[in-house]
Design a protein around this ligand. Sequence first.
Ligand code: NAD
Length: 367
Amino acid sequence: MKTRRDFIQQVALTAAAVPLLRLPAIAHPLREESQLRVAFMGLGGYANRVADAMKDCTKARITGAISGTPSKLSDWQQRFNIPAANCYNYENFDKIKDNPDIDVVYVTTPNGLHHSQVLRIAAAGKHVICEKPMALNAREGQEMVDACKKAGVQLLIGYRMHFEPKTLAINNMRNSGVFGKVKFFQGQCGFTIGDPTQWRLNKELAGGGSIMDIGIYAINGSRYMTGEDPIWVTAQEVKTDPVKFKPGVDETIMFEMGFPSGAVASCLSTYSMNYLDRFYLIGEKGFAELQPSTGYGPIKGRTHLGELTQPHKTHQTVQMDEMADIILRGKKPVIPVNGEEGVKDLKIIDAIYAAVKSGKKETLHLG
Ligand code: NAD
């Protein structure tokens, strides 16, 4: 006879299998004409990480690059076999409109540049993948969503965790009722930031501080871990180094959120602590923990039923193959990655900054 525990383990195994089933058993590349052709804009640290990971993609490949630095363009041409005709700078990239070798532009520039660049890419009729945070505030984010809609192109946000196997397993277990009614989420995200002159500490380019860069993982995670969007937020800021963290650039923010079901969340975002990368979900019947929860991996996780054993895959390889299916073949991801999701996270960030200022509970309308 099957026990309840057998049933729960079966659900967990099925959940674990879902993301794996989506990957081909043997990585046969799609025919070239069925692959997503990607141009990167802003050839910095993260662009290089994604581009290297794309060497193992079977459904997406790099065909173009946009940079203000000619030496980076020639380096990328050599490393990724990009024709010179598919390389652009920030002045002339609108001409990408006439380039049939590029389907999508992946925007990996500093946050403050995303808005204007995405509007230009949409006007050039190309799909967009934009890194998080998609913009500096929800108003800008909504303008980007509207512009892409008007141009008939897709806008996705680089939410790589939405394709991560252990994250998806927890999502599936929660939907199957394994944790019971969700009561509490804890998200702790941070690292000690170095060079004080970097753009991440420049209000104009970053839009803020730790919340924009790393706290956004706890915000986004609170939504995909609980399966709900919050309806209120409270927040408190602590600043120990006002020289490094100028006005408008937050060092540490603690924030709390409430969800329609009555579940609550308690989160920490900081640029002043290392080893902070943990998600914890509590339900009436069990728990799930991810630690590390959003780093490049391997992600580690356990639930009240035991350790999660889904094998690690390079996040960016999976993300880009999945995004190829979304953009070219209309696949619906388990956890959405469209521009509207990016706007929701920015509405929460706007409300967190407002709550820090007001000291009051701010109401959220994520729509
Ligand atoms: P980076 O500084 O390493 O790269 C930024 C690139 O933009 C550089 O090549 C720089 O030359 C270029 N650039 C163009 N115009 C610029 C200007 N006016 N000022 C400064 N740089 C300019 O930064 P990064 O770590 O690659 O971050 C880029 C984006 O990717 C950010 O939005 C960040 O939040 C995001 N990111 C996402 C992840 C993730 O895991 N999803 C990880 C890291 C970064």
